[in-house]
Structure formats: structure tokens, C-alpha cells
Design a protein around this ligand. Sequence first.
Ligand SMILES: Cc1cc2nc3c(=O)[nH]c(=O)nc-3n(C[C@H](O)[C@H](O)[C@H](O)COP(=O)(O)O)c2cc1C
Length: 341
Amino acid sequence: MKLATKVTELLDIEFPIIMAPMFLVSNEPMMKSAMDSGIMGCFPSLNYRHEGEFEKVLDNLNDYKKKNNVSGNYGVNLIVQKTNPLFVKHLQACVDKKVPFYITSLGSPAEVIEKAHTYGAKVFCDVTNVEHAQKCFDLGCDGFIAVGQGAGGHAGPYPLQLLVPTLKKHFPGMPVVSAGGVASGEGIASMLALGAEGVSIGTRYIACPEAGVNDAYKNAIVDSKMKDIVMTDKISGTPCTIINTPYAKKIGYKQNWLEKQLSTNKRTKKYFKLLIQFRGMQKLEKSIKPAGYDTLWCAGQSVEMIDEIMPIKQITEKLMTETFDTLARLRKFAVKEAAVA
Ligand SMILES: Cc1cc2nc3c(=O)[nH]c(=O)nc-3n(C[C@H](O)[C@H](O)[C@H](O)COP(=O)(O)O)c2cc1C
């Protein structure tokens, strides 16, 4: 069975799920499994930083898509912030290889939209409020990823129960994909009820054999509860969700006085942010490798709902069965209510 929405049509997929881009987690095997499962797999270009690596992955994914008659699709997440030193190179590679879908985050998506539209690719932009959404809309984006409270990574300030309908009200007709806190079909159905045409799911997909992170991280996703998720400024300078491991407690969650001065001072802030991001990236990278012991693991509050490590295909099938069951249950409920009236 398929679940057709504006997003499935636009992105050429069977189910309205985007496997969210996750720094250091998303990889080529995950993208292939997502395509086999009928969903959109998305990965950050920055997961491939060595010379020629990113281009090779794009070639492999295009080949796989062509040869295997897949029912899903793939896309690339570009950090459009000025501090991303590989942005220009990675965008050019995406255009050369005709990447079908983009998610932009942290900055102006203008250049991505302009280049992607030259060959018919679609661009959705991460937004956390109406003001940012308006800028992306004016630049001609194809849809919004509404990043709400409780999301893994850089969560938004507003609950999705407000953000999704607010975006629908201000931008009728624009596809909205909700991001944050969903790890069950009941969660997907609730987002569809709010007006979203798709759901972007990150944390649930970390606990799969395909993910390129160590087993300790995957087991921590299964073992943690929502009370174990805290925010830290220590990784990128912007608050980010992590599991509250002993190492996270030891290094603290806030920048100290000097770090704060350096990151707000006009002359130093650009360079200091770069340094913080570089150091944070190194810490995260150490934590995901085998025998990484300085554990700094990014995850969202939906860890509460995750009990098992499962292949991507199985996770997706379970999510879709639960979604269909929930939609059927709600339909029955509505009919009963009408009969009483
Ligand atoms: C480990 C991890 C890494 C992430 N890295 C990125 C990233 O590189 N770029 C990005 O736009 N979003 C990133 N995100 C956010 C996700 O794309 C998505 O918005 C979020 O995971 C959705 O919330 P959920 O984790 O509750 O499903 C990351 C999230 C996690 C959990």
C-alpha cells in the first residue's frame, strides 16, 4: 500500500517519510536502504569531506537508483552557512551529478534554489519560524522542513502542533514536512492531521545496522529516555541535543565566559565559531568510532519510543503499518461520533 501526499508526488517516493540528514551518521548504505524502502533518504554533504569522496558517493547512488528500479529517492543536505568551507564545491558536485532533492539548513538557500531549479530538482528548507520561512518562500523554495521542539540536532523553539498549522496558514499550498519527536506511526498520523504532508525522522533511524556509528551509540539510543536528552552549546556554538553521558556532564553544556566573549565580539566571532565547530566536530567524530570513549552522542527526545535496533526497511514497514492502523482507528472513531450526533 502507498500513502500519497503532495510530498510523495513531488519527491517521487511511496511513503511520506524523509530519513533526515544526520551529521556523521547518514551514509551510503542508509541511502540505498531508504530508496529500497520507498522513502526519501537524505545525507549531509559534510559527511564526505575527503577529496573526491562526495562525488563518488553521488555516482554510486545514481547508479544504484538506475539499476535497481527503486521506489524511493535520495537527497543531499547542504549547510548553506558561510562557515561551511566546502559549500561551493559540494553544490557544484550536486549540480554536475543532478542530485534530485536538497534540504538546506542554517543560512540563505538562494544559490541552491537557483542552481537546483536549472534541472528540475526540488529544494526544501529547514525553518523554525514564519520569518525564516517567508525568506525561503520569497526565494522560491519547493517546501519547508518545519523543525520543532524536541527534534534531534538543532531543535526549533516552537511545538510542531503550532508550527505546522502556522506555516500552512501563512503559506497555503506549500508542502510542509514536520521534523522532530516522531518515532511511531501514531506520531506520523498526528503530523498529517496537523496539515503536514510528510515527516522527517532522524533519531529513530540511528538505531539500524546500516548506520555508520559504533554499537555503543546505537545501544544508547535504545536505552535512553527523553529525560536523558540535554542541550549543549559545546559542539557548534548553537544549542544542540545530546544524550547526557558522563562525558557530556564532565565537559558541561554551556560556553564559559571567555568563549562567550569570543563568540559575540564582532572581530573574533567568525573565527571563534569556526574553531568551536571544528573542535565540536572532532569530539563527535571520536565518539562514533569503534572504542570511542569520550562519548558525545547527538539524539532527540524520540529515543523514548525506540526499543530495538532494526534494519531501515523493517523500521519503515513498522512505521507505515502503524500509520495505516492509526488512520483507520481515527476514521472509525469519527463515524461513531457522527452516529451518536
Ligand atoms: C545525530 C543527528 C545529526 C544531525 N545532523 C544534521 C545535519 O547535519 N544537518 C541538518 O540539517 N540536520 C541535522 N540533524 C537534524 C535532522 O535532520 C532532523 O531535523 C531531526 O533529526 C528530526 O528530529 P528527530 O531526531 O526527533 O527525528 C541531525 C539530527 C541528529 C539526531
